[in-house]
Design a protein around this ligand. Structure first.
Ligand code: PGA
Length: 244
């Protein structure tokens, strides 16, 4: 695991965007695994700015997002599909047909998850998987539990995740209680992984991810076993980690 310490959120976002744009420059047909959440927004903004200048070209890139709320259609303004369009896809030269998010509108969880696994496998798994990390160490919607999950599956969101995500809804009641998420095993199939984290509230999770025991009670801790994982985090998020 490579750990890159940045001075602040802006620096984190710029460095993460640099890694992603290098990936796309080196391999124009890259498969990118993408994440929603507040953390990667600055990274997406920076990439969009470089794309507008002609410095990075997404025309041949395909993307697979980690997760989606169950019960929300692609058009729902709270869906992750909508988030990706408004925060990233609408601002870059990607072909929307090459962007993929689990189908939250399909109530048949088994069918929706199997179909997503099939698509990700057919694409050959991501060349680079971007990840945020939850305060409880979750990646995607893989919450702490007794084992590391495998393929795409339905999850019941934990109270802490519902609370954390409610800031993006009018009220906590409106936060969907279930989601479809890529599993930890699928995440580990990516050829490289880039985790972004900022802020004091992530310091415990970042410490456990980088230095704690590899334990499904902190799903991100398995990333210690990945052969090409880079963590880019600001001083606050790394405040509990030893300085290398
Ligand atoms: P955040 O979410 O970027 O909004 O903090 C990260 C996550 O929960 O994976």
């Amino acid at each position: 695991m490579r750990i890159i310490r940045t001075v602040d959120y802006k620096d984190m976002s710029r460095k993460a965007a640099n890694v992603i744009s290098a990936q796309v420059i080196l391999k124009p047909k890259s498969v990118l695994g993408l994440a929603t959440g507040t953390t990667p927004i600055g990274t997406y903004k920076q990439l969009a700015a470089w794309c507008a200048k002609g410095d990075v070209d997404f025309s041949q890139v395909s993307t697979y997002n980690l997760d989606e709320y169950r019960g929300l259609s692609h058009e729902d303004v709270q869906s992750y599909h909508y988030f990706m369009r408004t925060n990233f896809f609408d601002h870059i030269n990607i072909d929307l047909a090459n962007t993929h998010v689990p189908d939250g509108s399909n109530p048949d969880a088994d069918a929706a998850c199997r179909e997503y696994d099939r698509m990700v496998a057919e694409a050959g798994y991501p060349d680079l998987q971007l990840l945020g990390i939850g305060r409880n160490g979750h990646i995607g919607f893989n919450e702490p539990g007794p084992y590391f999950s495998k393929g795409t599956h339905m999850v019941n969101l934990t109270e802490s995740t519902i609370k954390a995500n409610s800031r993006l809804f009018d009220s906590e009641d409106q936060v969907p209680r279930q989601a479809y998420t890529m599993g930890v095993q699928t995440i580990m199939y990516a050829r490289s992984i880039l985790v972004v984290a900022n802020g004091e509230e992530k310091a415990d999770a970042v410490y456990r991810m980088c230095y704690g025991p590899v334990d499904p009670q902190c799903p991100a801790s398995i990333l210690q076993l990945h052969t090409n994982c880079t963590v880019i985090a600001d001083e606050a998020a790394l405040s509990k980690c030893p300085r290398a």
